[in-house]
Design a protein around this ligand. Structure first.
Ligand code: BG6
Length: 482
């Protein structure tokens, strides 16, 4: 039996006054607290370089938390929650400044210590070294890392070396918030708890798989970060590849974190690399121009970032192959873009047509499609052909069998961060990327970005469209007609 009891803890959030902390991390703790999962003693310490007005900070946090509360629910436990939270001004990353943190943590020396690095990776080394210097690291410590973990294989290795010098792999939690989304986790259940699909889950029966994450938003206020990153590193290197792993991996023999991660690693290691030639017909990159999104006129990417020479992509489409027995020659289409017409993420499994057609008059190809909708609504849909009632032969219509999570499970859908935070506190690493997974993902990504700038053009697309029109590879029917 796995230990599911959460031991008392200190959670120290570096970048505690940052956007992610206010929008996601603290509200996630709040919801778990309200749901009664944090009954043990705990303290959340939000580290800020400049803020010291705790009352004001808590007011701001309360506003952020209230945005995540559904209609009708109250903030009734907010004061009780805020008693577990403190703002700590630590202006510098050095031993002297960390003394105040040390004193606070050592008051309860046997609690677990969760150090949450919600800061750019350039700051990791100094924080790790200072934590070591003031003797705050012990076997009860954990570290949580937010992406981006580097901008290349080389820099990711450097970051890893720094972290591994201070923490053992079992203490390191690399967050990919997509893995905390309910429907993403449900992929495992769908595949490995239902007889129906797994038998057909291979190249013999599946024609193609499409994984799409379309966003309406542009680059927002993250120009500095995004322009160095682009859609490939911001979305594909982590979120889309993680989804791909869950869809494509072999059944693990149990749910042990390393058993699951071993299977995901095999998928990443089987991805076919691109070279100067293959990239030309299998990868598209684009950048948004001015346009209209949900009736609102929006600027181009270059205007958004106020840097007119940038060639950073805000859209990428990739036709990928996994070279193993199960997926021989089955294309996996990975697509993501900002300033698209709609926000939605889904996985579409396109099954092959029936081997023989006895309904010669049918206008519809005889095949099924399984749609796993991750957001905005969470749903699984099986598209199948049905006979239109009435005399006069066989006329077909594709209809959907829908499992709508919101209708079926009336309770509120927890945010991805809530699940991940609980797993961190319990020490369950299944939903966190292991070092070798990250490395394998980087190797494949480098086969794209080391080849693409010279080999494929940057296509401009209008905001509010579906990306660089005709050039988004084949197998495109779903995408263009959403
Ligand atoms: C983040 C990216 O990891 O994921 C953002 O950095 C992106 O650019 C976001 O907007 C999308 O997350 P979600 O949960 O809204 O699909």
């Amino acid at each position: 039996m796995k230990d599911t009891v959460i031991k008392p803890f200190h959670a120290v959030i570096f970048g505690g006054d940052g956007d992610l902390s206010k929008r996601k991390i603290i509200p996630a703790f709040y919801h778990r607290f309200v749901d009664g999962q944090l009954k043990m003693p705990f303290q959340i310490i939000c580290i800020s370089r400049s803020l010291d007005d705790e009352a004001d900070f808590k007011k701001v946090l309360t506003e952020f938390i209230s945005k995540t509360i559904e209609k009708g629910a109250a903030l009734e436990k907010i004061d009780e929650f805020m008693d577990h939270l403190e703002l700590m001004k630590v202006p510098k990353t050095n031993q002297e400044s960390f003394e105040v943190l040390k004193t606070a943590i050592e008051k309860e020396s046997d609690w677990q210590r969760v150090f949450y690095f919600s800061v750019p990776s350039g700051a990791f080394s100094e924080i790790c070294n200072t934590l070591k210097d003031v003797n705050l690291l012990n076997d009860k410590s954990k570290v949580v890392l937010e992406k981006p973990l580097g901008f290349s294989l080389k820099s990711s290795r450097e970051i890893n070396a720094i972290i591994s010098d201070a923490f053992q792999e079992k203490q390191i939690f690399r967050i990919d918030h997509y893995l905390g989304k309910e429907t993403v986790q449900n992929i495992m259940v769908l595949r490995f708890a239902n007889h129906l699909f797994e038998r057909a889950w291979n190249a013999d029966n599946i024609e193609s798989i499409q994984i799409t994450v379309a966003e309406r938003l542009g680059v927002e206020k993250r120009a500095g970060y995004y322009d160095k990153t682009g859609a490939l590193l911001d979305m594909v290197q982590n979120h889309l590849l993680q989804i791909l792993c869950l869809i494509a991996m072999e059944p693990p023999s149990n749910l042990d974190p390393d058993t699951v991660r071993n299977e995901k690693l095999k998928v990443l290691e089987s991805l076919r690399f691109f070279d100067k030639e293959s990239i030309k017909s299998n990868v598209v990159r684009g950048q948004y121009t001015r346009g209209t999104v949900t009736n609102e006129k929006v600027n181009s990417y270059l205007e958004d970032i106020e840097e007119y020479n940038s060639e950073t992509e805000t859209f990428v489409a990739i036709k990928a192959y996994i070279d193993n027995w199960r997926w021989k020659n089955t294309p996996f289409y990975l697509r993501t873009g900002k300033r698209m017409k709609k926000k939605y993420s889904d996985i579409v499994i396109n099954f092959k047509t029936m081997p023989h057609n006895i309904f010669q008059d049918s206008k519809h190809p005889l095949k099924n499609k399984l749609i796993i909708r991750l957001q905005p609504e969470e749903r699984i849909e099986l598209v199948q052909l049905s006979k239109i009632p009435g005399p006069g032969g066989y006329r077909f219509k594709p209809i959907s069998l829908k499992l709508d999570f919101v209708d079926t499970f009336k309770e509120r859908m927890p945010d991805a961060y809530e699940r991940l935070i609980i797993d961190i506190l319990r020490g369950n690493q299944t939903l966190f990327m292991r070092h070798d997974e990250l490395e394998a993902a980087w190797k494949w990504i480098e086969s794209i970005n080391s080849n693409w700038s010279k080999q494929i053009p940057l296509d401009l697309y209008e905001s509010g469209s579906w990306g660089p029109g005709d050039q988004v590879l084949d197998g495109n029917d779903e995408w263009q007609t959403k």
